[in-house]
Design a protein around this ligand. Structure first.
Ligand code: NDP
Length: 265
């Protein structure tokens, strides 16, 4: 019987991760004693770190940039979604002592949309951005059966392999799209430089459009200001951040914590 569960997040950099604060609150909420730490792991240390962590009693890891892809090489088993997306954010050890890679970003996004009553089914959904975060939410959104799921990106060539990769999910390019956008998802990292601009189809944005930035806190400020010219329905990614963490916790302990009781300020 384990008294204290050893958990952590690995990344480079990782010092500003909010995951330790979130998971400690989940632990308190569920009466599970855990030691969750942020580990600064460089690329060349990744293999040794993950193997040693689980060999020495580690129960689970979150994985953040830049290791979300490379950690798959260390996993014995990958979930169907991880296989499709090609990246993971959660590692766990199963009863056979095998390392299992999961992704919870998509579930976290959908869970937060449900909490905020953001409709996806039968709606026109636009994703702006084509990096890891954009790709990680595509299968989960597609499962909710939107009317149209479309994507655009600053660097247009990056869209082509993504359309190919997610062809089974009816993902299409924004080019020539001419219907009203119901949900506009900012999956760019522009906000980290305190900027956001988009003018590819402003006539498709209305006061009914819901705007959702995957970035959160200060990094979402520029997007929220930009979107306020169209609609008052704008959200940052804090809820997704907490929800994806809750789904990781659920993978480790088979308990879904209450995301509404988390304070990360
Ligand atoms: P990546 O580096 O993989 O991708 C960045 C994307 O942003 C690319 O599409 C890039 O376009 C685009 N971009 C960057 N700068 C600009 C700019 N100035 N103007 C327009 N487009 C720009 O990052 P991630 O996908 O991993 O992360 C994206 C955001 O999502 C980050 O802010 C991250 O914090 C957030 N995130 C939030 C999560 C949550 O739980 N709330 C979970 C995961 C991520 P190009 O291809 O042209 O370079």
């Amino acid at each position: 019987m384990i008294d204290v569960f050893k958990l952590g997040v690995i990344g480079d950099p990782v010092e500003h991760s909010l995951s330790p604060a979130i998971h400690h609150q989940f632990g308190q909420q569920t009466n599970i004693e855990l030691a969750y730490k942020a580990y600064h792991v460089k690329k060349q240390e990744l293999e040794n770190f993950i193997q040693a962590f689980f060999k020495n009693g580690g129960h689970g890891l979150n994985v953040t940039l830049p290791h979300k892809l490379d950690c798959l090489d260390l996993a014995d088993i990958v979930s169907k979604e991880v296989d499709e997306i090609g990246a993971a954010n959660t590692l766990r050890i199963n009863d056979q002592k095998k390392i299992v890679a999961e992704t919870t970003d998509g579930q976290g996004f959908i869970y937060d949309c449900d909490q905020k009553n953001i409709q996806i089914e039968n709606k026109n959904i636009l994703i702006v951005g084509a990096g890891g975060a954009a790709q990680s939410i595509i299968p989960a959104i597609a499962q909710k059966k939107p009317n149209n799921l479309i994507i655009t990106n600053r660097t247009k060539e990056k869209i082509i392999p993504i359309l190919d990769k997610f062809a089974a999910h009816s993902l299409n390019s924004f080019e020539d799209f001419d219907k009203e956008i119901d949900l506009f998802i900012n999956a760019t990292s522009a906000g980290h430089l305190n900027s956001f601009a988009w003018d590819e189809g402003n006539d498709l944005l209305t006061s009914n459009t819901v705007f959702y930035d995957l970035s959160y806190g200060e990094s979402a400020r520029a997007f929220l200001k930009w979107s306020s010219q169209f609609s008052r329905k704008s959200f940052d990614g804090t809820g997704m951040l907490i929800s994806q963490a809750a789904h990781s916790f659920n993978h480790w302990f088979k308990i879904m914590p209450n995301i509404n009781k988390i304070n990360i300020i």
